[in-house]
Ligand binder design. Structure first.
Ligand code: ZN
Length: 319
């Protein structure tokens, strides 16, 4: 059963909004594009994992994607996939990496080789070990029964070549995603007694979901980009030109001649991703490039935005 489905991460949406709204030649653009590419590759890996998980018996496996919880020591930890069963819990760290990867024992290194170039990454075995410890202490803090916790590192690209130093102890925890099904069959044989009832598992799922906090970074702060560097105006959904102009209740693109009624909606979504969901009348007027207060009020009214504050310091909430 999918308890928490996979969704596009908020940070990816924020990076995409930022790239739509900074100059083509902005000096930070290459860094932002590189960060977005890395996160998108990770998300694609998670999407292909979804396919492999779809073969599992929905009644036996409770699946949570991208769960990020605050542990008792106030650390946040994220698990790409957490699977709860009546006998054990399973953490899966997903890696979508091209080339050859090597787990090396002596310095606990994880090295990727692509086109003859070696690059070191954070060792995923070390990563899952820490996730396991944190999940275990979270379960303990919730006064729940403590099941065995298994952790796996899954490579979703079938072309990735995995190599391991013979001394790497946990190498059996590393596999290609398409081997997951048989790995679960092995685990089910290894752990034969049930610890949780279905009702108990659902209760744990509710507790975990309640403690889930999605990563919510202030993207402008992260890249040290000033508010005035953000390009204002409604963006054309077809040719990406900014700004579209408002004429008799519609938005017009002078670049591709598109006429659209709801052009301001995705623009306000960009505002929300970059600056947060609160907006004043004046900020909305400026960001959409509206000429008059009455048009601004009309748009606010049509969007049915909720508001707070007195008449003169009113802020609206972008849904
Ligand atoms: Zn256009």
């Amino acid at each position: 059963m999918i308890i928490k489905p996979l969704e596009k991460p908020l940070t990816i949406k924020k990076l995409e909004a930022l790239l739509r709204r900074i100059d083509k030649n902005h000096p930070k653009r290459p860094q932002i594009e590189q960060d977005l590419a890395k996160r998108t590759a990770g998300f694609k890996g998670e999407q292909s994992m979804e396919y492999h998980l779809s073969f599992l018996d929905q009644r036996k496996y409770y699946i949570l994607h991208a769960l990020r919880i605050q542990s008792s020591s106030n650390y946040c930890f994220q698990m790409d996939v957490l699977i709860l069963t009546s006998k054990y819990f399973l953490i899966i760290e997903i890696k979508n990496i091209i080339g050859q990867v090597t787990f090396e024992n002596h310095f606990a290194q994880f090295i990727r080789t692509l086109n003859g170039i070696e690059e070191g990454f954070y060792n995923p075995l070390d990563q899952v070990k820490k996730q396991k410890l944190r999940l275990d202490s979270f379960i303990e803090s919730q006064k729940m029964k403590r099941p065995p916790i298994i952790s796996l590192v899954c490579f979703t690209n079938p072309q990735t070549i995995i190599r391991s130093d013979s001394r790497v102890k946990d190498s059996q925890s590393v596999m290609h995603a398409h081997n997951l099904f048989s790995k679960l069959e092995d685990l089910n044989q290894q752990f034969d007694s049930s610890i949780f009832t279905e009702k108990e598992l659902l209760k744990i799922c509710r507790k975990l979901l309640k403690q889930h906090f999605e990563e919510d970074v202030n993207i402008l702060e992260r890249y040290d980009i000033k508010r005035n560097e953000i390009i204002k105006g409604v963006q054309c959904p077809v040719c990406s030109n900014i700004p579209m102009n408002r004429k008799s209740g519609s938005w017009f693109c002078k670049n591709c001649n598109l006429k659209s009624k709801g052009g301001h909606i995705s623009t306000l979504e960009d505002y929300r991703l970059l600056f947060g969901s609160n907006i004043t009348h004046q900020e909305l007027k400026e960001f959409l490039g509206l000429a008059t207060n009455s048009t601004t009020s009309k748009i606010i009214y049509s969007l049915e935005l909720t508001h707070c504050g007195s008449k003169y310091r009113r802020t609206y909430k972008i849904k």
